[in-house]
Write a protein that binds this ligand. Structure first.
Ligand code: TXA
Ligand code: MG
Length: 319
């Protein structure tokens, strides 16, 4: 199956579609599915070959570990070692857009490729009903990075998945648009609580429970191995904090008084996050090769932290 181009099935998010998706996963195939953050590219997290296919389909470097998706805390505790603090965070935010990095539990059955041989594992319990149904039908952990070619804009609709991966994966379950629109927040809990990636759960909400979070990490040695400087890159160049619009640029606005493409006309960060990747794709198509997308300033608070993180990577020099 690996390396052979096959037609990608578009499955509906009903019991028949979920059953077909689970059967494809059990045979080692890759199935993209909706979560509340972005579409994930799922494969059996206990099957080396299936996990290797995920890296191949995305063109993802093998040193960049994957998130294991499970339906509930009990399944998560079979893969990782939880302390009281981790259980408190899980009780508050799971299911939902939060990934926990915890010590790997020996004998949990995960392929070493999932963790890239690290002593820790990233685990998430998604809230999306289709993701929940698929995890329960499949009956084991699913490794699932975002369902896009490595380094490109993440997918928030089934069409986005097919644009990037059609012919390289067995199927996509079409569950419509993702409500949150940016990836999960990644919280490191191997030691002092650390924000490894801003995302769908605002850091402020985690700090209310845990106190101040460590951040740190830099471009050269990112604290989540996937946090490379250039990511989410459209074809066009991206100009951030653009107060003006220069000739030939396509505007991506935020707040009142913006015509054309706008992340949120009312200046709502939740709406802006939900629209971000779809509008980046639209702006990219309008700008064309060699064009530039000029993005309005976005406040650095709440979901704005995740939005600005993605925009900075979209604007970074391409590696
Ligand atoms: O919202 C999400 O998290 C989506 C949906 C599909 O669940 N998934 C997602 O996966 O964003 P991906 O592969 O695009 O990003 C996973 C991130 C990467 O930056 C990776 O380096 C980091 O998680 N990661 C995975 N395991 C880790 C570990 N043990 N320690 C630190 N970072 C880890
Ligand atoms: Mg990704």
């Amino acid at each position: 199956m690996a390396g052979i181009e096959t037609a990608t099935e578009r499955l509906s998010a009903d019991p028949a579609g979920i059953a077909r998706a689970a059967a494809l996963l059990r045979s080692g195939g890759l199935v993209a599915f909706p979560t509340e953050t972005v579409y994930g590219l799922g494969g059996d997290a206990t099957d080396d070959l299936a996990v290797a296919r995920i890296f191949d389909a995305k063109g993802r470097p093998r040193f960049n570990p994957l998130i294991a998706h499970v339906p509930d805390l009990a399944a998560a505790e079979r893969l990782a070692v939880f302390d009281d603090r981790a259980r408190r965070v899980a009780a508050a935010f799971w299911p939902g857009p939060l990934t926990l990095v915890l010590p790997l539990r020996a004998g949990g059955g995960l392929s070493d490729l999932v963790t890239a041989d690290l002593p820790t594992v990233a685990i998430r319990v998604p809230a999306h009903p289709v993701a929940q149904a698929l995890l329960r039908a499949f009956g084991g952990p699913l490794a699932a990075p975002s369902a896009n070619p490595s380094g490109k804009v993440s997918p928030t609709r089934a069409d986005h998945v097919l644009e990037g991966l059609s012919g390289r994966i067995a199927a996509v379950v079409d569950g419509g648009a993702c409500a949150v629109g940016v990836e999960s927040t990644i919280l490191g809990l191997e030691g002092a609580p650390a924000l490894l990636r801003p995302g769908g759960v605002p850091a402020e909400a985690l700090e209310a429970l845990l106190g101040p979070l460590a951040t740190g990490g830099d471009g050269a040695k990112p604290n989540a191995p996937g946090q490379l400087a250039s990511h989410y890159a459209p074809g066009a160049a991206v100009r951030l904090n653009a107060a003006d619009l220069r000739p030939g640029e396509v505007r991506l606005g935020f707040g009142p008084g913006e015509g054309g493409l706008t992340l949120s006309a009312s200046g709502d960060l939740v709406e802006a996050a939900a629209n971000l990747f779809h509008l980046l794709r639209q702006a990219d198509a309008l700008a064309g090769p060699g064009g530039t997308i000029a993005v309005a300033p976005i406040p650095e608070a709440g979901l704005g932290r995740a939005i600005n993180d993605r925009l900075r990577r979209a604007a970074a020099p391409r590696g």
